[in-house]
Design a protein around this ligand. Structure first.
Ligand SMILES: Nc1ncnc2c1ncn2[C@@H]1O[C@@H]2COP(=O)(O)O[C@H]2[C@H]1O
Length: 137
């Protein structure tokens, strides 16, 4: 089976809180490879493409504002079954109830804002990974 690739984003909250190193360490400790990495300040066009499926949802505009509030780190990560593996490592969307042991469960919480600041993003399928890697790299 060909090695899979996924897009991981360390979102502005993770970068601003100085958690980039801790999050990268978890990805590496799990045994995945960092293939490419860049610090990005995405414009609205990039985010509209990335979050197209969420357009019209109540959190859409707050989400785009949040994602433009500071730099993110975009990482191309490779490994066998890395798409589901990273999502397991990240934990569920809501950082308050994400399981301890996961990135969101250990390092995140709800700050009472209109958007869930949940530290990381990981592609959810082979198709999404290809599409998102093309947007960010
Ligand atoms: N119900 C929600 N309320 C606020 N923000 C949300 C909600 N659901 C998803 N999000 C945010 O929208 C993002 C969409 O995908 P992400 O994996 O980047 O992480 C999600 C959260 O940051």
């Amino acid at each position: 089976m060909a090695t899979e690739e996924t897009l991981v984003l360390i979102k502005p909250d993770g970068v601003a809180r100085g958690l980039t190193g801790a999050i990268l360490a978890r990805i590496e400790a799990k045994g995945y490879s960092l293939v490419d990495i860049r610090l990005v300040e995405p414009d609205r066009d990039v985010l509209e493409r990335h979050y197209a499926e969420h357009e019209g949802k109540p959190f859409y505009e707050p989400l785009l504002d949040f994602m433009m509030s500071g730099p993110s780190v975009a990482i191309r990560v490779a490994g066998n079954r890395v798409i589901e593996g990273f999502r397991s490592l990240a934990g569920i969307t809501d950082p308050t109830t994400a399981a301890p042991g996961t990135i969101r469960g250990d390092l995140g919480r709800d700050w009472g804002l209109r958007v869930q600041q949940n530290l990381v993003h990981g592609s959810d399928s082979v198709e999404s990974a290809a599409r998102e890697l093309d947007i960010w790299f």
